[in-house]
Structures are given as structure tokens and as C-alpha cells.
Design a protein around this ligand. Structure first.
Ligand SMILES: [Zn+2]
Length: 275
């Protein structure tokens, strides 16, 4: 069975056809990687061609029965000051502010999927005091003992600093491979950027969307075909990356990138400018 029919088989249950399991996806702007060399996301393609302010995006998923969060941004100003704007001294916790905009109390969230454990994706996790956090086993191992050049981004072995992922260890649900989290939301193991990166396949009224994490930081990384795909400049394994791109090609999903400013052209997905 090829990948496409295997995934289709997994998902042709009553789950995806039931309108109760159709989600809307809301991007939340939880911080900014400022003045970032754009080619750093693009395997040095067009190196020196420009710099961008790249948002750190969390995603709120809502259906009739479930509310979930994917990723948490870098965390509070106190924890992650460099991701905050100098202009607005009133911003102390962007994740909290973004959830409040959607009338969500952080303590209401019970299911949080982490695409990986880099600090700009997991830093906000300690705010979510009642959540279980879904993480791939390979990613947890990587965070404990990363390759040396990734220690800072996991906040591992940084003297005097407790990594956010350590603060939530007792509430982690550790996954091995692809797992349905709730009907209509499925975690897919997609390594390459990190050893245990995962994407989140979300059923909507207009087909499936894939929240790709840093496998696809910008729209330009994934033009729709393997042959034209560009890896993130920050990665641990290019062979694994290529295999994950092959999986993307087999999906019939709309890809949502992790650090793409144009994501905020729409307030929610399936796309809508109305809220
Ligand atoms: Zn990352």
C-alpha cells in the first residue's frame, strides 16, 4: 500500500466525514525572530538576499467537541525577551494575550501538540497548567542530549536555566510515530529539522491542512513538489528530511508553515478574513 492510500485508509473512518470533527485553525502570533537572514530558513538559497521578521506561530484548533493547541511560541517576556518588541512594554505574555483574544483561558486547554522542543515552539508551555503535551519520543531524546550546536535552542545544558520542556516533563504524552490525538487531528512523525519533529494533520470542512512545524518554515520551502522543495537551513538529518518531504508529497493537504508572515493574511483556516 503506498503512502497516500495508507493515510487515506487511516482517515476514511466516520471521523473525517462527521461535521463534528471538522476543525477551524487559528494562527496565534506569539513572538518574533527579528531581522533574521531569510536564507537561514531556505538552506542558504539566495544567501544575503534579505532579512525578515519571522513570527513564532502557535495554532488553536477548534471543533464542536474539541479545542487543542499546536505549539506554544517562545514564552513570556521574562523567559524569552528577544522575541518581544521593544516598542510595547505592556506585552508580557503574547500566548496569553492571543488566547484571550479568542476567549480562551490557558487553564482550559487540555491537549497541546508540540511539533518539536526548540525554545521558540515550547517556551510558552508552562502557562498551560492543565494540559497534556504530545511529543515524539525521538524528540524528547534529542532534547535531553542534542547535538552540540543545537544545545542553545533546546536550552539544554545552559547554566542556571531550566528548559521549558523540563518544566512539563510530568505532563508529557510520549508518542512513537503517527497517532490520532482526537478524531480529526493526527500527529505525523516528520523528522529532518530535528530527530523527532512532527506535523499535525487537521481535518476541516475544506479538506486536510498540515501544520508542518519547522519542516516547512516558509511557503517557499514547499512549492508543492519534492523536486523543488527546500530544507530549512537548520536541520539535523537531510536524508530524514527528504523522506519527510516525500510524505508531504503523498498527502493531499494544505501546508501551513511555522514562521511565515503571510500566514496572518487570514485570521483562520479554512481561510477567512471575517473575524
Ligand atoms: Zn525548530
Amino acid at each position: 500500500m503506498d503512502e497516500r492510500s495508507k493515510l487515506a485508509n487511516d482517515n476514511t473512518s466516520e471521523h473525517t466525514s462527521d461535521p463534528a470533527n471538522a476543525f477551524t485553525i487559528h494562527p496565534l502570533n506569539c513572538g518574533t525572530i527579528r531581522n533574521h537572514e531569510r536564507s537561514g530558513f531556505l538552506y542558504r538559497t539566495d544567501c544575503g538576499g534579505g532579512r525578515i521578521n519571522a513570527p513564532c506561530i502557535a495554532w488553536l484548533l477548534r471543533s464542536q467537541n474539541h479545542t487543542l493547541l499546536v505549539d506554544t511560541g517562545p514564552g513570556t517576556r521574562r523567559h524569552a525577551a528577544r522575541f518581544y518588541s521593544d516598542d510595547d512594554v505592556n506585552q508580557e505574555d503574547l500566548l496569553r494575550d492571543e488566547l484571550a483574544r479568542l476567549d480562551i483561558n490557558p487553564s482550559d486547554l487540555t491537549h497541546v501538540i508540540l511539533t518539536h522542543l526548540h525554545n521558540d515552539h515550547v517556551g510558552g508551555a508552562p502557562l498551560l497548567t492543565n494540559a497534556r503535551f504530545y511529543v515524539q519520543e525521538a524528540e524528547l531524546k534529542e532534547a535531553v542530549w542534542p547535538v552540540p550546536f543545537q544545545r542553545p535552542i533546546y536550552e539544554t545544558n545552559q547554566r542556571g536555566k531550566i528548559p521549558s520542556w523540563v518544566e512539563i516533563l510530568d505532563r508529557m504524552e510520549v508518542l512513537e510515530g503517527d497517532v490520532e490525538i482526537v478524531p480529526g487531528v493526527r500527529a505525523l512523525l516528520l523528522p529532518g529539522h530535528t530527530a523527532g519533529s512532527q506535523g499535525v494533520l487537521v481535518n476541516t470542512a475544506e479538506g486536510e491542512f498540515l501544520i508542518a512545524g519547522d519542516l516547512v518554515p516558509l511557503y517557499e520551502n514547499w512549492p508543492g513538489t519534492e523536486s523543488q522543495a527546500i530544507p530549512n537551513g537548520n536541520h539535523t538529518d537531510l536524508r530524514a528530511y527528504a523522506a519527510s518531504f516525500k510524505r508531504l508529497a503523498a498527502l493531499n493537504a494544505t501546508i501551513l508553515p511555522a514562521h511565515e508572515p503571510r500566514v496572518f493574511d487570514f485570521k483562520q483556516y479554512p481561510s477567512c478574513r471575517c473575524l
